[in-house]
Design a protein around this ligand. Sequence first.
Ligand code: PLP
Length: 464
Amino acid sequence: MRDIDVLIDSDRGSVLHPFTQLKDFATGKSGPPTIVTGGKGIRIQDATGRSYIDGFAGLYCVNIGYGRTEVAEAISRQAHALAYYHSYAAHTTEELAVLGQRLVRMAPGKMSKVFFGLSGSDANETQAKLVWYYNNLRGRPQKKKIISRERGYHGCSVIAGSMTGMSFYHDYMDLPFAGILHAGVPHHYWGAAPGESEEAFSRRRAAELDALIVREGPDTVGAFIAEPVLGTGGLTPPPKGYWREIQQVLKRHDVLLIADEVICGFGRTGRDFGSQLYDMEPDLVTVAKGLTSGYMPLSGAIVSEKIYSVMEEAADRVGSFSHGYTYTGHPISAAAANAVLDIFEKEKLTERAEKVGAYLQRRLRESFSSVDIVGEVRGVGLLAAVEFVADRERKRRFDPALKVGARVSKAARDRGLIARAMPHGDILGFAPPLIITEAEVDEIVAIAVEAVNEVMDELAREKR
Ligand code: PLP
């Protein structure tokens, strides 16, 4: 092992870290970087020898847990046999061909083909191009606008970053791009009028979407993109009836549905895909994260028969499908994905997420629902959030300067639990590996309770 201080200096001097306050990092105010050196099961270890429960599975991706030698061996086998070949002009590899068929078969909706990329962002970028391509091929060159939702998260590249519906991902970066619009977020706790039921709130959100499409002109709106369960924007399951109402509006105006399954896909919600939980019938499906459990970078834009048939039909007229990356269908990533999907199937991780997820949801509600600074405990499967508020009665948020969510997350971390302070509001997020046991859920909840108590005590002292 190299000297830790040398590594810290070298990292600080050279790496531009995502989502990091640059000055605090450069000056050391926010502390040294955590050098992560190993992982096993639901735990990771840092270079100082400290161990943490990873209650967020990296960035909601390490679904099979850390240290799975089966996947490491599959990666090694492929690297020895053939580390790279491209998939342009009808080249393929064994692992890619197998993976493509597996994904098309398991995906929600009537799917036909998968276009492979390396990140959720690039897959959503591909989805936008597919929407434009499809409508051009169908002779509807105006039907191009894409509607996403406030607080939706779809990535950080130019179009995917524009789809993301939080202003701090846009500020100073000249986003969002023209032609990407945002509809209202379906969060009943914050958005509903007093006494408004979940169903009525869903109908209202659908009516607003309808009005937005009519205002823009239905012949100019190509697609609606959404996560089945809102992720980074707050880990918020949809209110009752939401997806039924929304899909009726989309059908009425012939607007495609892109299901961004980057978090929900591969078991997280207790179904293989979030779309299945809410009876969504997407035209395009985005997958990444759980597809390889983060062991290698890989994403997919899965294309329905409805869209693909138009593309194939037009090929004599328009020539090749001119989109692709050097690493599209990378064989090592495909080998990792096949090994991960083997584990996913063999260990029935979807059923496990449903069962242990129900336990997590129950334990969090029992522990936090009546805590003074908790406004809402929510989630589905192994995706959960505790949202903190200054005033439960009046539903008033804390002053953002108090950084309550970040402080609870830090207090948990100091006790050996990684639970993420979500970027929008004061929210503590949980998305552990799907292999987690009920006993490990108990450990997570016990630490989270201590962390919340510590911050509540601090806030009470600061008030005096
Ligand atoms: N879509 C969703 C729903 C996500 O949660 C994320 C990342 O968190 C992305 C897309 C972007 O994926 P990536 O960070 O791999 O570009």
